[in-house]
Design a protein around this ligand. Structure first.
Ligand code: ADP
Ligand code: MG
Length: 394
């Protein structure tokens, strides 16, 4: 353990009253924007669950057995120290959602939580996993099927509870490739479906939406003429406010377009970005620094036409004049071939390389995840019944 880490752990032990008696800190395993996570041994854990029923005199005898047993079967936990800069409401939200999900398959359960003054720690079972960067390049399509079976099992449970995770990405899904099992962690940004909802045009029918746009002040007369944008200085409309929480590169188009009625479908998109990463063998796949950049990266793939339609879906206008972006974009199959250096063509312009049947099935599944319209995107439950994942169970 490096010196800084040791100092940090000693600091937690000395400032958080009583924690050292209950847990032996082993290492620091994660450091994020909102928390630090430590691996620790639970010193009170033992195999004999009924020891509170024991008589005083038996207890002493049992406690030495317990100590021996603990040495043989230590229980490890992850201690998530939530930064004091997080609002109490935010911390409560995370613990509350984890509590709701306590019996959900593939979701990391919450054992307990403690507060000392303004400091809160959540105690989770320690889950052994590998670093995504170490295994993602070596994953075969069969491995990928297993990965997503596990991830969508977790997401199905989360979504059944009408909870949006909002931050699906490899570091929040702790996966063990040999066991083909993972658990979903980090509900720090999660929210209940419907929180802060305000009407969004994506809930109208296509006809209603068109009628509304035709009457709107920035209706486009001609598809090719630049739209008349309102002057930002004189525009009196309230700026749109929508939840944008999440990690750049994993945000669904409706998050980028500030949809005010976001649904669990945003998590399915993020899972799609993971699948794209695995098939293209590039991590991170998207590099955008901000939301505008992110929209351009998507435009590069999906084309201007699709992005314009997607914007309109949420009552937004998107125009780009970057000549290198095509109107129709590229197929995901082509993107995967490009990224894996298999895009060579013969003299007649025919592609020499193509995807294996397995990969083709994966791309067909990917298309269902990276569907720009959230209403048409596959749900976690449907995903588990999709041929790509059904094959994993066999
Ligand atoms: P943050 O909000 O800081 O991202 P996370 O809950 O995502 O916090 O945890 C950060 C990291 O700590 C994870 O990416 C993972 O490496 C590690 N971690 C979190 N929970 C566990 C756990 N239960 N078992 C093992 N490692 C964990
Ligand atoms: Mg995290």
């Amino acid at each position: 353990v490096d010196e800084n880490v040791a100092e940090d752990m000693a600091n937690l032990e000395s400032t958080f009253k009583g924690i050292a008696r209950r847990y032996r800190l082993i290492n620091r395993i994660g450091e994020g924007t909102f928390s630090t996570v430590y691996k620790a041994e639970d010193l009170h854990y033992h195999q004999y669950k009924n020891d509170w029923d024991l008589e005083e005199r038996d207890a002493a005898r049992w406690s030495s057995r317990r100590a021996a047993n603990r040495r043989k079967h230590p229980r490890y936990v992850a201690i998530k120290k939530i930064y004091v800069t997080s609002s109490p409401l935010r911390i409560l939200n995370e613990l509350d959602l984890l509590h709701d999900l306590r019996n959900s398959d593939s979701v990391c359960p919450l054992i307990t939580a403690f507060r000392h003054q303004d400091q809160v720690v959540a105690i989770l079972p320690y889950f052994q996993h590998h670093d995504f960067r170490d295994y993602f390049r070596a994953m075969t399509v069969s491995d990928i099927r297993l990965y997503f079976r596990s991830l969508f099992t977790a997401l199905k449970a989360v979504h059944e509870h009408e909870i949006l995770h909002r931050d699906i990405k490899p570091t929040n899904f702790l996966y063990h490739p040999d066991r083909a099992r993972g658990v979903l962690v980090d509900f720090g940004l999660a929210e209940r479906l419907g929180t802060d909802w305000q009407h969004c045009a994506c809930n109208l029918s296509a006809t209603q939406r068109r009628a509304r746009l035709d009457h709107s002040e920035y209706a486009m007369q001609d598809q090719h003429a630049p739209p008349a944008y309102p002057n930002p200085k004189t525009d009196t409309r309230q700026p749109r406010r929508a939840n944008r929480a999440g990690t750049r590169g994993f945000r669904a188009p409706e998050v980028l377009f500030k949809c005010t009625q976001q649904t669990c479908a945003i998590d399915m998109w993020s899972a799609g970005v993971i699948l794209l990463t695995l098939l293209a063998r590039r991590f991170p796949f998207f590099h955008s620094a901000d939301d505008v950049d992110a929209l351009l990266e998507l435009t590069n793939i999906f084309g201007r036409k699709k992005m314009r339609e997607t914007a309109l879906l949420h009552g937004q206008i998107m125009e780009t004049n970057i000549p290198s972006y095509s109107d129709n974009g590229h197929s995901l199959e082509k993107i995967v071939l490009w990224c894996t250096n298999r895009s060579a063509k013969d003299e007649t312009g025919r592609r020499i390389h193509s995807l294996s049947p397995d990969e083709k099935e994966a791309v067909a599944f990917l298309e269902r995840l990276l569907e720009c319209d959230p209403a048409k995107r596959i749900t976690a439950e449907e995903a588990l019944r999709h041929p790509f994942l059904v094959a994993a169970g066999a």
